[in-house]
Design a protein around this ligand. Structure first.
Ligand code: TMP
Ligand code: ASP
Length: 235
């Protein structure tokens, strides 16, 4: 599959057209940003690691009946995917209080939630991806009632699969962000699933093994991403 025109360049990925109008190529970069890109840097090999982690997790989810945009891995930085119309919602699922939820509600990071919390953030950098609810999403015509119901149900299913998968790898899946897209009448899981978009804490030591090491200048960022991949691959 040959790379065509650059369609879109995001903070962590580039998306290219292909000679098939239904398929796109997603290329993972080493660039890292945080806080609406006011903080910028590079995480050596991040693109390679996130491409591989996303491949493994998309394949895992597909094997459990979750439809995703993933088609196949092309090489160490590129994956082929179905072209979707992205629904501009960042769907966050939280199992443990951290980051945005700790700040919003003045809660201690690390409180284990009795049941997962789902949030929508409107994907709009200029507005700093504000927290919204179903009514806002409908008022803004971002998605229909049926689509929101499907997205919610899917997100909790994905959480169950990933939580149990990472538990077996000695990692707490603290929280993560998902994006969905429309493709031929269906809603597919899109974007990526990686230490850029999830929080992973070591089950025993609670050491952070995700992008918070970059956001909070904790050091050993590359090692943390490598460690997550290593754990995922380990039997
Ligand atoms: P938050 O606690 O900062 O709201 O982040 C929740 C989860 O979403 C966390 O696992 C990191 C991920 N995330 C993204 O993937 N992109 C973003 O722009 C932000 C703010 C968070
Ligand atoms: N990548 C996002 C940004 O640059 C935020 C984040 O993941 O913290 O704004």
């Amino acid at each position: 599959m040959k790379k065509g025109k650059l369609l879109y360049e995001g903070k962590a990925k580039r998306v290219y057209e292909t000679d098939n109008k239904d398929l796109l190529i997603q290329q993972f970069k080493d660039d890292a940003t945080a806080f609406d890109a006011t903080k910028r840097g590079t995480i050596v090999n991040k693109g390679v690691i996130n491409n591989e982690i996303s491949r493994i997790l998309f394949e895992l989810l597909e094997s459990k009946g979750i439809e995703t945009h993933f088609v196949k891995q092309l090489d160490d930085r590129n994956m082929l995917m179905k072209r979707v119309e992205i629904i501009p919602l960042e769907v966050t699922i939280r199992n443990v209080v951290a980051g945005g939820m700790a700040k919003l509600l003045a809660l201690e990071e690390g409180i284990v939630l009795d049941e997962p919390v789902l949030e929508y953030h409107y994907k709009k950098d200029e507005l700093h991806d504000p927290l919204i609810n179903d009514y806002h999403a409908k008022a803004m015509k971002l998605a229909t009632d049926e689509e929101l119901d499907f997205i919610k149900q899917r997100s909790f299913e994905i959480n169950n699969i990933l939580k149990s998968f990472f538990d077996h790898k000695g990692l707490d899946l603290v929280d993560f962000k998902l994006e969905f897209g429309r493709h031929k009448g269906k809603i597919l899981l899109a974007d990526e699933i990686s230490p850029d978009t999830c929080r992973f804490w070591d089950k025993k030591t609670k050491k952070k093994l995700d992008k918070d090491r970059f956001r909070r200048d904790l050091g050993n960022v590359e090692d943390a991403y490598q460690e997550v991949l290593k754990r995922i691959i380990a039997e």
